[in-house]
Each structure stands twice: as C-alpha cells, then as structure tokens.
Write a protein that binds this ligand. Structure first.
Ligand SMILES: [Zn+2]
Length: 155
C-alpha cells in the first residue's frame, strides 16, 4: 500500500484527492438537458457537456478541445466529455465537394476506350482500359453504365 512514488505527495484536503476534473454518471452539467435534446424533447443546450457521439447527434463536433473524463461504475466505464459551448458545427460535404469526389471516381471507373462507366475502379495503370477492351473478356452489362451519347471532346 505504501508506494514509494506517492511519498512526496502531501494532500491535506480530505475532500480533494488531487485528481483533475472528472464526472461520474449523470454528474456532468447539462447531462439531462443533452439527453432530452437527443430525444427531441428540448432545445440543444447552449453549454454543458456531451460525449462525441452525443455532439454528433446534435450536429456538432468537438473542434480540438481537451476532453474531460467521465468515469462511472467505479472506474470500470470511461468516456470523454466535451463542452458544448466549445463545439463547432459538424462538417457536411458541400455540393462542390461531392461533385469533385464524383469526378475523381468517374476518372477511375470510366474506360477510356469504350467510355462505359463501371461500378468499380478499373485497372487503368496496368491494362489501361476495361477488361472487355483489353482482352475481350465480356463485361457484365449490370456492372457499367453505357457511355453518354452526348459526350464529345472539344477538339
Ligand atoms: Zn472499355
């Protein structure tokens, strides 16, 4: 019980065991308000604490803040709590980002020879086209979208 690394600890406050701020189950400020908001029975609290998952359900993300430990069941269960007032809105991809992602995927899924767009990425680095154009292996018609007839190169 007498651990040498505790010898230099002088703790005179019987009600302060020296541990950093942490909360037990249901002790965090706003815990009840957060759960009510998640059930749709109240507004999103302006401040208080929530877990990362709760923040996400509320349309928020931690935003780089230092979390506070939540410890319950005698230390058997632990989680991180984040301050709602320091949280920032959850990032949602913009339409432009989604369009850019689709263009990137289209480049990897479209055969440059037959212009079919497949539902999977082609081996463009090794065979440079779809299997059918490369060696005649017939492609499953359900695995591609036929080339758009209106597509023409500018030149
Ligand atoms: Zn092809």
């Amino acid at each position: 019980m007498n651990r040498p690394d505790n010898d230099d600890l002088v703790d005179v406050d019987l009600y302060d065991d020296g541990t950093p701020l942490q909360f037990g189950w249901n002790q965090a400020p706003g815990a009840a308000a957060v759960r009510a908001a998640l059930r749709g029975e109240g507004p999103v609290p302006e401040n208080g604490y929530a877990t990362r998952r709760q923040l996400r359900s509320l349309g928020l993300r931690p935003g780089g803040q230092q979390p506070t430990p939540l410890v319950w069941r005698g230390g058997l269960r632990r989680a991180w709590l984040y301050r709602i007032e320091l949280a920032v809105p959850k990032r949602a991809p913009t339409l432009a980002q989604e369009a850019a992602l689709d263009r990137a995927m289209a480049a990897r899924q479209t055969c440059p020879k037959c212009r079919r767009r497949y539902h999977y990425c082609l081996r463009l680095r090794t065979i440079g086209s779809c299997e059918e154009c490369f060696d005649g292996t017939p492609a499953d018609p359900s695995s591609y979208i036929a080339s758009p007839t209106t597509h023409h190169l500018a030149a």
